[in-house]
Design a protein. Structure first.
Length: 115
């Protein structure tokens, strides 16, 4: 990542700032020009991830069924993303519970020492 093209983890790729350059990526042996405002290295990283996911899914799809392969890869990526979000939510909830527990303990200690 560089300062000119920061990675925005919060905004989906299609909703990023106005694309200001084209990055050519290779997925499944085909070259795709991707217009993006993102760091070109990050766009390449995304493309490599998609390519690896499509490679992994290709064993379940007959040769020549590129649309089915793309859909299966997209479903796998969506599954990973949703599971990651769910896990992130569970971790955040656990952290909030721990913080509340610490707050109660600190309050109890302060109350004990102030009396």
């Amino acid at each position: 990542m560089n300062a000119r093209h920061p990675v925005d983890d919060e905004t989906p790729l299609g909703e990023q700032a106005t694309p200001n350059h084209v990055v050519v990526v290779d997925i499944q042996g085909l070259r795709y020009p991707i217009r993006s405002a993102l760091d070109p290295a990050y766009v390449h990283k995304l493309a490599r991830y998609v390519d690896r996911t499509m490679d992994a899914a290709s064993s379940a799809v007959p040769i020549g069924e590129s649309t089915k392969l793309a859909v299966l890869a997209a479903l796998n990526i969506a599954d990973e993303a949703l599971r990651s979000r769910d896990n992130e939510s569970r971790v955040a909830s656990a952290l909030v519970e721990k913080a509340e527990e610490l707050e109660r303990l600190i309050d109890a200690v302060l109350a004990k020492h102030s009396s």
